[in-house]
Design a protein around this ligand. Structure first.
Ligand code: ADP
Length: 167
């Protein structure tokens, strides 16, 4: 890291919604990068079990990281390598919760390397308390009436509650 060549990394995902596990990875990523772009992937076919639109996910990310000038949230469509190349970003951050994440993550990393050999993927492990946490489980627990307060920031919990009321 240096002032003249800041290290910028991208952390891609669906973030539907952002959890404390994602937040933990963002904070750890800032130990190795000067700036982080949290990039919400537009998927062509939005899953039926999804909760928030891409714009709503971006709003939540911006609220959660409101105090962090070195974290930027944006959306991207298509290939991650194209997004990263356009932004001039060569480092990708991914979280590894358990061995079950590993096979898919490694496969994707190798494919991305085929597509753009200059891009490096950095894997970070979260605090063990968050190693069971996923956005899909948070959505499921919330839909079944469970308390998600320990798994997401207060602003996210509030927005999930409001969204489910309107569903
Ligand atoms: P999810 O799997 O929760 O739907 P995303 O698709 O948004 O999350 O995942 C984006 C990245 O964040 C992936 O690399 C994923 O492995 C990682 N990630 C998700 N939840 C956690 C967590 N609790 N701890 C660490 N990494 C996580």
């Amino acid at each position: 890291m240096s002032a003249s060549h800041p290290v910028v990394a991208v952390y891609p995902g669906s973030f539907d919604p952002i959890t404390r596990g994602h937040e933990d990875i963002v904070r750890r990523a800032l130990h190795v990068a000067d700036r982080l772009i949290v990039a919400v992937a537009h998927t062509a076919t939005q899953s039926k079990s999804g909760l928030f639109s891409v714009d709503e996910r971006l709003d939540l990310l911006r609220e959660v990281f409101a105090g962090e000038d070195n974290v930027e949230a944006c959306a991207f469509e298509g290939l991650l390598v194209e997004f990263a190349r356009t932004r001039g970003v060569r480092f990708v951050i991914r979280g590894l919760r358990a061995v079950s994440d590993f096979e898919y993550e490694l496969q994707m990393t190798q494919m991305n390397r085929e597509l753009w050999p200059d891009m490096e993927t950095i894997f970070l492990a979260p605090e063990v308390d968050y190693s069971f946490l996923s956005s899909s489980l948070v959505r499921e627990v919330a839909r079944l009436g469970g308390d998600i307060g320990r798994f997401v920031s207060p602003v996210v919990a509030e927005r999930v509650r409001a969204k489910l009321k309107g569903e």
